[in-house]
Design a protein around this ligand. Structure first.
Ligand code: C2G
Length: 131
């Protein structure tokens, strides 16, 4: 069984996230998603609308996702890859090159980001629409 992992906040889930998750799953047989905890989001200077628990519940409902774990820090990726027997690490290419150190442990794939959608865009447009 080929195992794939990806990391992210996945707040206000949208079709760009789904595109990423679908392509990630297509690279193997089992997809683990490590969702940033609320505490780690603070470190990333991101404030998610949905709590970790609710973002986890939403991701677990997606057909492409087989398991959801917590992402609590920047340093856990090597341990996660080894502990879960990961074959492929996947991220959107806004992270291109940032996780190449993992090539020692698994394949590293950066997939093109989906243009035209982002959580920030959703927040901004909803805010402006309600002025
Ligand atoms: N993504 C995408 N297309 C978009 C928006 C997001 O392909 N239009 C991808 C991102 O490239 C990322 C994933 O969806 O691979 C999750 O995006 P975010 O929730 O914004 O995650 P991020 O804050 O980048 O967290 O340790 C890694 C970090 O936790 C990544």
């Amino acid at each position: 069984m080929k195992k794939v992992i990806t990391y992210g906040t996945f707040d206000l889930l949208h079709w760009g996230h789904i595109n990423l998750l679908k392509r990630a799953k297509d690279l193997g047989d089992y997809l683990i998603v490590a969702i940033s905890s609320d505490q780690f989001n603070a470190i990333k200077e991101k404030e998610a609308y949905h709590s970790f628990e609710n973002r986890k519940m939403i991701l677990e409902a997606i057909r492409y996702v087989d398991e959801v774990i917590a992402e609590d820090n920047w340093e856990q990726k090597v341990e996660d890859v080894q502990k879960h027997g990961i074959d492929v690490f996947v991220m959107g290419d806004d992270w291109d090159g940032k996780f190449d150190f993992l090539t020692e442990y698994c394949d590293v794939v950066y997939l093109p980001r989906t243009e035209g959608i982002s959580t920030t865009k959703i927040k901004t447009e909803l805010f402006e629409a309600n002025q």
